[in-house]
Design a protein around this ligand. Sequence first.
Ligand SMILES: Nc1ncnc2c1ncn2[C@@H]1O[C@H](COP(=O)(O)OP(=O)(O)OP(=O)(O)O)[C@@H](O)[C@H]1O
Length: 242
Amino acid sequence: MSIVTNELTFYYGKKAAIDGLSLNINSGFNVLLGPNGAGKSTLFSMLTGLYQSASGDIKINGYDLNHERAKIMQSMGVVFQQSTLDLDLSVKQNLTYYAALHGISSSQALENISEILSQLQLTQRLNDKVRSLNGGHRRRVEIARALIHQPKVLLLDEATVGLDIDSRKMITEYVGSLSQQLGICVLWATHLIDEIAADDQLIIIDDGKIQAQGISGELCKKHNVADVYQLYRSLTASAEIS
Ligand SMILES: Nc1ncnc2c1ncn2[C@@H]1O[C@H](COP(=O)(O)OP(=O)(O)OP(=O)(O)O)[C@@H](O)[C@H]1O
């Protein structure tokens, strides 16, 4: 499982939001850390094929995004920054509809949903309308939806922003355990520094460029700083962080 980008560039008008970005990540929990405006969401839009790179290329699990997008999408799950759930449908309806889009049979979908909702402690909410769920539960439904087709690559853009501490902890631990148990390649974009463990793969992005990539604890040693916060401060121009 891998995501490899080579010299990616993306412009909004004349401004380069992604600027010659080369990334190489494999199975496991990979944290993409950067301040507001660093280019995280733009990179996600490129990795999902929504935005076309002005130059460079993207390979996901060995497939070229320009030529084999359908194959990539079959094994990619995405949780975007903004919710895309239908609030007036139930949890089950949201999930079964998405499973059907992936060509999963109803019986298989129900089996997958039951297992994932149980892991996410949401079984009791299966028939509730999404509108009645709190923010943490809605996020869990989005993660469940992204996992229904058993993806090999999982992208999450600021999945825990705005959630309370318990929900954040539950979601980060769950996604972290998925990446270990199933060998999924997770790319977890965040600007919340406390979500990063010393053994996580860390990619620091700023100004549309990778500023550092490696095991979080090792990067701190290499840059001779005490913690990720100091590492982040030393590598980003306008660090504003929670
Ligand atoms: N639709 C747009 N039009 C023009 N500029 C944009 C647009 N979207 C983003 N930008 C700019 O591109 C740069 C990268 O933005 P992007 O949203 O990718 O960063 P981000 O790291 O995801 O930030 P945030 O954490 O605030 O979402 C920023 O300078 C931003 O102002």
